[in-house]
Write a protein that binds this ligand. Structure first.
Ligand SMILES: NC(=O)c1ccc[n+]([C@@H]2O[C@H](COP(=O)([O-])OP(=O)(O)OC[C@H]3O[C@@H](n4cnc5c(N)ncnc54)[C@H](O)[C@@H]3O)[C@@H](O)[C@H]2O)c1
Ligand SMILES: [Zn+2]
Length: 372
């Protein structure tokens, strides 16, 4: 087992950790009432195991005037389209009806959608109750569950309504990756590859060498543990230095300025990890052309992303000019010019002296996109 700490959260990683959920929650929140919240898919896979562990720990599930509430999982339909204020409203109504009060702790059992949604429910429920993350997708284990960002989407865009709310515990069981469909595993892998590029060349090389073990549909404990643990260490290491995204946390944005623009112009038709993979290749090429990165870096990243089954070229029908326009809505600008987080070599990010932001003129971005 590996344990890390971040802004009051304990982050614990161990194969088989799901079975210890009840015991850990009972230790951290003795006597509290528990609500387990999951999407319907994850509830089918892991709901019963989570409940059994909580029952065994002696914790209870809520109470109404009619008596105690039987063990159960609060569920909502799986998918990003349900990460909304409407689902937030339904869940909060159900939790109130089940008698949850200030002495409750909510457990987010699921992928990033569940973590973001349940975190936001917990942040707002009676002005804030504690919550625990039990992430089940690779994206959630190494990214969404770490850092305290919670929220929901609106018709105007993703994550527009939310709050910072740190979980008391992030309990990660890498064994749960065995049931995660490969297309979702790949989405998380894009972020793991990014972690290698921004801080750790040897981790990048290990991922490249381990892709077949990771993606063979039956990932072993040692491989899953190493993949998750190193990525979590990297994200925690960066976020610990910079909770609210002013300086070094920007390096986590590598691949995301172009990636977000791709998601935007396709109306989120390209999944996030796919968009980040393309974005990393575009941005690394940009870094090479600006003389910031050594030659060959973009090719190295493209080779690994491609082997992971991630796209590395803009999808057909998207014009480079549209992408450039879409980058203007990026939050990170310096004097009206969009800032990029760019690598100088594998494992090293450029521009540490200017808070890791490189202001790149639009013609350079356009030219790079046209040439790729
Ligand atoms: N808060 C943050 O800092 C942060 C960071 C990155 C991403 N996110 C958010 O995370 C979300 C994406 O996360 P995601 O990719 O996990 O999406 P998700 O939660 O929708 O999970 C993907 C799919 O996999 C299924 N699934 C999850 N775990 C499973 C398992 N172990 N076995 C079988 N099926 C499983 C889910 O039911 C779902 O259908 C986005 O909403 C994004 O905005 C947040
Ligand atoms: Zn991302």
């Amino acid at each position: 087992m590996t344990t890390l700490a971040l802004h009051g959260s304990s982050i614990e990683i161990a194969p088989g950790a799901l079975a210890t959920l009840g015991a850990r929650v009972a230790e951290l929140h003795p006597g509290k009432r528990v609500a387990v919240i999951a999407d319907q898919t994850v509830a089918q896979h892991y709901g019963a195991k989570a409940l059994a562990s909580i029952v065994a720990s002696g914790l209870t599930f809520g109470s109404t005037v009619g008596g105690t509430v039987a063990p159960g999982v609060f569920t909502f339909p799986a998918g990003e389209q349900h990460k909304t204020r409407e689902t937030w409203a339904k869940l909060t109504d159900q939790l109130i009806a089940a008698g949850h009060r200030r002495d409750s702790v909510f457990i987010a059992l699921g992928g990033g959608v569940t973590g973001d949604l349940v975190g936001f429910v917990a942040a707002t429920y009676l002005r804030g109750v504690p919550f625990v993350q039990l992430p089940t997708s690779l994206t959630a284990m190494i990214d969404a569950a770490i850092g305290g960002k919670t929220g929901v989407d609106t018709v105007a865009g993703k994550n527009l309504v939310g709050a910072f709310h740190q979980p008391s515990l992030v309990l990660i069981d890498p064994r749960l990756l065995r049931t995660l469909p490969p297309q979702h595993l790949r989405q998380g892998l894009a972020e793991a590859i990014k972690h290698g590029v921004i801080t750790d060349a040897s981790y990048f090389a290990w991922i490249a060498a381990s892709l077949s073990d990771i993606l063979d549909g039956d990932i072993d404990d040692a491989t899953a543990m190493r993949l998750v643990q190193r990525s979590v260490e990297i994200k925690v290491g960066v976020v610990a230095q910079d909770e609210r995204e002013s300086a070094i946390r920007k390096i986590l944005n590598f691949g995301h300025t172009i990636g977000h623009a791709i998601e935007h112009v396709t109306g989120y038709g390209v999944p996030h990890g796919d968009a980040v993979a393309i974005g990393m290749v575009v941005e690394a090429t940009l870094a090479e052309r600006l003389g910031i990165a050594s030659a060959g870096l973009a090719d190295t990243i493209a080779t690994v992303c491609d082997a992971a089954g991630l796209p590395v070229r803009l999808p057909d029908g998207i014009s480079p000019a549209e992408i450039v326009v879409a980058t203007r809505s990026d939050k990170k600008t310096r004097g009206g010019v969009v800032e990029y987080a760019l690598p100088s070599q594998l494992g090293v990010m450029a521009a540490a002296d200017t808070d890791y932001g490189v202001a790149v003129p639009e013609p350079a971005v356009l030219q790079t996109l046209q040439d790729l």
